[in-house]
Design a protein around this ligand. Structure first.
Ligand code: SAM
Length: 420
């Protein structure tokens, strides 16, 4: 990743987006690549990220549109410029004139071979500008096979396609209020929703820490836990801390653990901004034991994060599913350890932001087999819809739910009650 390349051509947001896209092709996440655009001003930085996200959400669809217009496969840097201009015109509705001219200028800025390709880029993009019907007829970006297979096996092809449509649409901005309300539309489950692209720091209540950003599905894990004032609760995988803050805001005595010290520092910052308190512990949850048994544990376990593809469309491009077996093993160990920390009658909420049954439904079934003294407490949280409940009594959330409201992240959430 080249951090020092000078911004040329006066179009820093587009150049920033191209750098992010190149980094993702090298295997970086957009968050890891963020340093590449840190020298841009705030609005260019936001636009660079948005452009990169919009391209990543549709790169297969763009390539399918471009393929018949290209005599040969372009070099990666030219292909990125073509993809970007295509998305600007056909997905974001930007004026063809500006997008095509910018693409040609970016090509010329590459020197030698870029100069030579600029005529081709100009001609191809002029055709793209009038290909709106062909664009609309193309299917959304497909899930990778390692994810599509289990999704189709669990819910069928129509659901897989609906998830793909939801991934392409991206995510709105959801807020959780500390107490009282937050800006935006109040959702039935208690979160507040604003359109995607809303500038967070400009919203009322940001400086005073009246709310924090948290997807409506993620917020449900703590609504299922239903923490009560003075209960003693551990959040075993806490960073960056959205769920810790919910537990603290409910008045519980919460210990927030995370194995990553740098990520735990974000929990501290977030708690401070919102004026909330928790005991922070950096360490491996598998080795941690409280002085006395706990009323409840939240285990928001490390997982494939396949439920967050709306916000992280690079995930299918840089992951191959190879880590899932190891993650599932770790999740099972964490569940076993967490159950051992509970008082009689204590409860464990197990959650993963995953679309994979291996990290959700199967994990719960296996835990019940291993622990005959534990039962599922069927979820009864206000605002949830009956079809979100599984036969086991857990909550299965997917990006294709609430399509008219803007969807939600994929999550699996189950509440386990230990016998008395
Ligand atoms: C899904 S994220 C948690 C998100 C968090 N609950 C929230 O709502 O902001 C999983 C976290 O688990 C942490 N983690 C992974 N393995 C762990 C372990 N063995 N012990 C404690 N934390 C662990 C990771 O560092 C990561 O921050």
């Amino acid at each position: 990743m080249d951090k020092t390349r000078k911004v040329q051509g006066g179009d820093s947001a587009r150049q920033g987006a191209l750098r992010l896209l190149a980094a993702v092709e090298e295997g970086a996440t957009l968050d890891e690549a963020a340093t590449l655009i840190e020298r841009l001003g705030p609005s260019d930085r936001a636009r660079a990220r948005r452009l990169a996200l919009e391209v990543l959400r549709r790169s297969d669809r763009v390539d399918a549109l471009l393929a018949p217009l290209l005599a040969r496969r372009p070099r990666p840097d030219i292909r990125r410029i073509l993809r970007l201009a295509t998305v600007e015109m056909l997905a974001l509705g930007e004026a063809p004139h500006g997008a095509v001219n910018a693409a040609v200028t970016l090509c010329r800025g590459l020197g030698g071979k870029g100069q030579a390709a600029s005529g081709m880029v100009n001609a191809v993009l002029r055709k793209v500008a009038s290909a709106g019907d062909a664009w609309s007829a193309l299917p959304p970006q497909k899930l990778p096979d390692w994810l599509r297979g289990p999704v189709v096996a669990q819910w069928g092809r129509d659901v897989a396609r609906a998830i793909e449509v939801a991934h392409e649409a991206g995510a709105p901005l959801d807020l959780t209020a500390k107490t009282g309300s937050a800006p935006g539309e109040l959702l039935p489950t208690g979160s507040y929703r604003l359109p995607s692209g809303t500038q967070v720091s400009a919203l009322e209540g940001y400086d005073s820490g009246d709310w924090w950003v948290q997807d409506a599905a993620a917020a449900l894990a703590v609504r299922v836990l239903d923490p009560k004032p003075n209960e003693v609760i551990a959040d075993l995988c806490a960073a960056p801390g959205g769920k810790t803050m919910q537990i603290a805001a409910a008045g519980a005595d919460v210990t927030a653990l995370d194995i990553s010290e740098s990520r735990l520092a974000r929990v501290a910052e977030n708690l401070e901004r919102c004026g909330l308190r928790a005991t922070l512990v950096a360490g491996d949850a598998l080795e941690w034991r409280p002085e006395a048994l706990l009323d409840a544990v939240l285990l928001d376990a490390p997982c494939s994060a396949t439920g967050t593809i709306r916000r992280h469309p690079e995930l299918p491009l840089i992951r191959d599913g190879g880590a899932i077996a190891g993650l599932a093993d770790l999740q099972a160990l964490l569940i076993d350890h967490a159950l051992g920390l509970l008082k009689p009658n204590g409860r464990l909420v197990y959650a993963t932001c995953s679309l994979l049954p291996a990290e959700g439904e199967d994990q719960l079934a296996a835990a019940l087999q291993r622990h005959p003294d534990v039962k599922v407490e069927p979820v009864q949280t206000p605002g949830i819809e009956p079809e979100w409940l599984t036969d086991q009594g857990a909550l299965r959330l997917r990006p294709d739910l609430w399509p008219e409201r803007g969807g939600m992240d994929g999550f699996f959430i189950a509440c386990l009650r230990k016998s008395g």
